[in-house]
Design a binder for this molecule. Structure first.
Ligand code: FES
Length: 115
């Protein structure tokens, strides 16, 4: 088994969709956005680079209406799902912090991170 923190079962992630999870790591509590996007599982810290708030005002809802970007509920910034880059809004050019999740045996894990 992977040396890390269990995040969720893969089955909890709808294709093309994102979900929010909170995990306890050795360095404290971490809010994550985990998504299945174009056959990959990706994760970002649930923290807008504009002011540091969580992106979702309705818990667990992250995608914009067309389903093409992650959207911050506070001021509407749009982020590319594939790399977390902000492409529109007050933090354009900045990015969500990517987290190196891994999939093993149908589960999503966050490896223990150093530093
Ligand atoms: S807090 Fe996210 S766009 Fe302003």
């Amino acid at each position: 088994m992977l040396n890390g923190v269990f995040v969720c079962d893969l089955a909890q992630l709808p294709p093309g969709g994102a979900r929010g999870f909170t995990v306890q790591t050795s360095r404290g509590t971490l809010d994550l956005i985990v998504l299945r996007w174009q056959g990959r599982v990706l994760a970002y810290e649930n923290r807008c680079p504009h002011t540091g708030v969580n992106l979702d005002w309705v818990p667990g809802q992250f995608m914009d209406a067309p389903g093409r970007h992650l959207q911050c509920a506070t001021h509407g910034a749009l982020f590319r799902p594939e790399d977390g880059r902000c492409v529109a809004g007050p933090c354009a050019g900045d990015a969500l912090r990517a987290l190196p999740v891994q999939v093993e045996n149908g589960a999503v894990w966050l490896p223990e991170m150093d530093g």
